[in-house]
Ligand binder design. Structure first.
Ligand code: FAD
Ligand code: FES
Length: 402
């Protein structure tokens, strides 16, 4: 009988089966079922879990064939999944009227070996669909902490960010994608650092500052952060405490409703030695574009590290068409504005992804037939090209190698 046609056992039987599974798993590891549950519950969720989890998965797979272990394991604990990384929202902390920090306890397979400044993929279920977005980690990469955090600012008209800020209950299970990104501080950090941030762009930098503080190594850091007003400024109190605590940490807060926007050509008025500093910048596209130009004009582009949260899709749409996902054997009818990534995920294809913003190249797949359009530049790609599905749309019928 195939996996999809095998009826699921009735609930009491299922409960017995999960306990039987725990027993079998325990036998494989030389422990009683209760002892195994206790040991798993007590262990800090670090990489050191991997041997136990592999053991459990292996024993579970043998016991549950032809069903997958996940079919039973998630009944013991929704964070136990061999198929995907999951997390449980344990706390939602309101930061401002439009922003919240989500504290998430990751499940099996998660590694706390990420680096401050990296981002994580998170998927939440809404009206029966899972939607993925990327968020910078604001927590420090500590193995013993057992949780991670992201801070989300609700984007006006944003579909998922508003839901994450005000629609998630503690206990909600989310899907996670492993941390990624090269917007990171070297260890040890440079002697002189400039952080240039605005709005929610403070989030990866907050992860870096918290990490520097935890390591008790605060170099000469200047943070220039712009927010509309004090009420909207993220982490305001924490940053002020940092500035009081560390004489080497200098904070310039630019409240734009009072002082206006910081013109980057007047940066020296706020930070006289900015050209000597290694700089990490994150904020709206316009600010980052200006920074790129300025650092280039000063002939120090290598000193500037950027993180973009948005991508400008200025290239117009594609024509739309039928997209065939060759390996998965699925098809989707799409319009010219839908990205191939959304199209694939919409019909249940496991599309590779990272930033979902055209930055990281994790989503690149081969275009087997037809043509697609890059939504940023409008450039058309033909069969044989490798394309970024997160920023491309169908320009007629096409076939992807995924
Ligand atoms: C590497 C990376 C890290 C990120 N880290 C964070 C973070 O720490 N905190 C955070 O709040 N967001 C972060 N983002 C942005 C986040 O992934 C989402 O894009 C954002 O929350 C909007 O999602 P949405 O579903 O609400 O908007 P959508 O429904 O996808 O978009 C709605 C509209 O908002 C516009 N839009 C999308 N994102 C933004 C934005 N950031 N600013 C202004 N307009 C936007 C879109 O162009 C669209 O017009 C990050 C993005 C990337 C690529
Ligand atoms: S997912 Fe990062 S470039 Fe497409």
């Amino acid at each position: 009988m195939s996996r999809s046609t095998l009826p699921l056992p009735a609930l009491p039987q299922l409960r017995r089966t999960t306990w039987a599974l725990a027993g079998a798993v325990a036998a494989a590891s030389g422990a009683t079922a209760l002892e195994l549950r206790r040991r798993l519950a007590e262990r800090p969720p670090t990489r050191a879990l991997a041997p136990d989890s592999d053991l459990v998965r292996g024993a579970a797979a043998r016991m549950t064939t032809p069903l997958l272990p996940d079919d039973y394991l998630h009944l013991l604990n929704p964070l136990w999944s061999a198929r995907e990384l999951r997390g449980k929202v344990v706390k939602v902390v309101k930061e401002t009227d439009t922003a919240a920090t989500l504290v998430i306890k990751p499940g099996w397979g998660w590694s706390f070996d990420y680096q401050a400044g990296q981002y994580v993929g998170i998927a939440t279920q809404l009206r029966g669909h899972w939607y993925w977005r990327s968020y910078s980690l604001t927590s420090t990469p500590r193995r013993d902490q057992g949780h991670i955090s992201i801070t989300v600012k609700a984007t006006p008209e944003g579909f998922i960010s508003s839901h994450l800020v005000s629609g998630l209950e503690p206990g909600t299970i989310v899907r996670l994608a492993a941390p990624k990104g090269d917007f990171i501080l070297p260890d040890p950090p440079p002697a002189k650092v400039l952080f240039l941030t605005a709005g929610s762009g403070i989030t990866p930098v907050m992860g870096m500052l918290r990490t520097l503080q935890r390591r008790k190594t605060m170099p000469d850091v200047m943070l220039i952060h712009s927010a509309h007003n004090p009420e909207e400024a993220l982490f305001r109190d924490e940053l002020r405490v940092l500035a009081e605590k560390y004489p080497t940490f200098h904070l310039h807060e630019q409240l734009t409703e009072i002082k206006g926007k910081l013109e980057l050509n007047r940066l020296a008025e706020v930070c006289s030695d900015w050209t000597e500093r290694e700089t990490w910048a994150c904020g709206p596209s316009a600010m980052l574009d200006s920074a790129e130009e300025l650092w280039k004009n000063k002939k120090i582009p290598e000193k500037l590290h950027l993180e973009r949260f948005t991508v400008a899709l200025a290239g117009g749409g594609g024509e739309g068409g039928t997209v065939t996902f060759q390996t998965s054997g699925k098809t989707a009818e799409v319009d010219g504005a839908t990205t191939l990534m959304d199209a694939g995920e919409g019909v249940g294809v496991q599309m590779p992804f990272g930033c979902r913003m055209g930055i990281c190249q994790s989503c690149v797949v081969g275009l087997k037939e037809g043509s697609v359009r890059d939504l940023r530049s409008g450039a058309e790609h033909q069969a044989g090209d490798r394309i970024q599905t997160c920023v491309s749309a169908a320009a007629g019928d096409c076939t992807l190698e995924v």
